[in-house]
Write a protein that binds this ligand. Structure first.
Ligand code: AVJ
Length: 322
C-alpha cells in the first residue's frame, strides 16, 4: 500500500499507541483515537441522540447565561485583545452562542478552535465564515499535548474553553496533571471555562453511552475500522461488541470493545499479532461524572479559583482563574 500523503504525527502516534496499548493488561486504547473524521461525524450524531443529554444541557446553559458567561471570560476592566482558545472544538455549536455574545461586547477578540479532526475543523471554519463573517478564526488541527505547549507559548490575554465534559475522558491522575498544565500559563486576567457533566440518575448516565439506535456502538467500533485501515490490521468487526457501564461510587463511565470469541488479530503495519480470549475487552474510553464538591477540590488542587459557576443540575460550566 502506498500512502498518498505523508503520515501526520497523530497517525504515527496511533501506531506507537496501539502497539503499546494492546500489550497491556488489561488491553487499553486512548479515546483520543476515536476521533478520525468518521468518528467525529459519529460523535456529531451522538450529540443529537435523545439519550445523550450533555450537549443539550450545556447548550441550554449557554443560551440562558450567555451575557454572564461572556462577562466572566472577558472582564470589562481587562486590557488588550482577547484570544478565545477552544480545546476539542468539534462542530462549535455551543461555542457559537458565546462567540455571538463576545462579538457584540468585546472590541478585539479572535477565536482559536483546536481539534484533532481536521475534517471537523474545516466544517467549523466554513460554518463560521457564513454565520459569523466578522469573526477572526485561526483553526489548529492538533492533539491536546501539542495544544498545551502552544498555549504556554502564546502571548496576550486568553480565555481557554474546555467544554462538553471532555475533561471526563481523563483518569483522575491524568486529569490533575492536565488541569495543572492548563493553569500554568494563565495570567491574572486570563480565564478557563470547563464544562463538567454531573453525577445523576445512574440509568440516565448509562443510557447516554448505550443508545437504542446503536450510534455510540458504531462510534466505539469505528476505532477498529480505523486501525484496520491505518495499521493494515484485520479486526473482524462481526466478532466485537460495544459495552459500557457506569459506576456511581467513582463517577466513571467506562466503554469497552468486547471480543465475542477467542481470536487472533494481525497488525500488518506493526508486525504484531495480538491474541484475544473469548470475552476479553479493550478499554477504550472513560467518561467521568462529577459532583460540585469534587469540582471545587480539583480547581483548588490546580491552584485555580472559581470565578463563576453556571449549573442546571445536570451539567456545570465553571469559569476559573489563577
Ligand atoms: C466528547 C468526550 C465528552 O465522553 O461524553 C460520547 C464522548 N463517547 N459518547 C463523552 C462520547 C461516547 C464524549 N466526550
Amino acid at each position: 500500500m502506498t500512502p498518498s500523503t505523508a503520515p501526520s504525527p497523530v497517525v504515527s502516534s496511533l501506531a506507537a499507541h496501539v502497539a503499546e496499548g494492546l500489550r497491556r493488561a488489561p488491553k487499553t486504547l486512548s479515546s483520543m483515537y476515536l476521533y478520525d473524521d468518521a468518528g467525529s461525524e459519529l460523535f456529531q450524531q451522538i450529540m443529537g441522540l435523545p439519550e445523550y443529554y450533555p450537549t443539550r444541557a450545556e447548550y441550554g446553559i449557554f443560551a440562558a447565561h450567555g451575557p454572564a458567561i461572556a462577562a466572566a471570560l472577558d472582564p470589562a476592566d481587562a486590557p488588550g485583545p482577547l484570544a478565545l482558545v477552544e480545546l476539542g472544538a468539534g462542530d462549535g455549536l455551543k461555542t457559537k452562542l458565546l462567540l455571538r455574545e463576545l462579538l457584540a461586547t468585546s472590541d478585539d477578540f479572535s477565536y482559536v478552535p483546536v481539534d484533532i479532526s481536521a475534517g471537523a475543523l474545516a466544517g467549523l471554519a466554513a460554518s463560521l465564515a457564513t454565520e459569523l463573517p466578522g469573526l477572526r478564526t485561526t483553526p489548529v488541527a492538533t492533539d491536546y499535548a501539542t495544544a498545551l505547549a502552544q498555549l504556554a507559548a502564546r502571548p496576550g490575554r486568553k480565555a481557554v474553553l474546555f467544554l462538553g465534559s471532555n475533561i471526563g475522558n481523563f483518569a483522575p491522575t491524568e486529569r490533575a496533571a492536565f488541569l495543572a498544565q492548563l493553569a500554568a500559563p494563565l495570567a491574572a486576567a486570563d480565564r478557563l471555562l470547563i464544562g463538567f457533566d454531573l453525577q445523576k440518575d445512574p440509568r440516565r448516565i448509562r443510557a447516554a453511552y448505550d443508545d437504542a439506535q446503536g450510534v455510540t456502538a458504531a462510534f466505539n467500533l469505528n476505532l477498529l475500522t480505523r486501525i484496520n485501515r491505518e495499521l493494515a490490521a484485520d479486526f473482524d468487526l462481526a466478532a466485537w461488541q460495544h459495552y459500557t457501564d457506569y459506576a456511581p461510587l467513582t463517577g466513571a463511565v467506562r466503554s469497552y470493545l468486547v471480543s465475542t470469541r477467542a481470536q487472533t488479530v494481525h497488525l500488518g503495519a506493526l508486525g504484531q499479532t495480538v491474541p484475544f480470549a473469548a470475552w476479553e475487552v479493550i478499554h477504550t474510553e472513560n467518561s467521568y461524572k462529577f459532583t460540585p464538591p469534587q469540582i471545587a477540590a480539583m480547581a483548588a488542587a490546580a491552584g485555580l479559583r472559581v470565578v463563576a459557576t453556571f449549573d442546571d443540575g445536570d451539567f456545570a460550566d465553571v469559569v476559573l482563574a489563577r
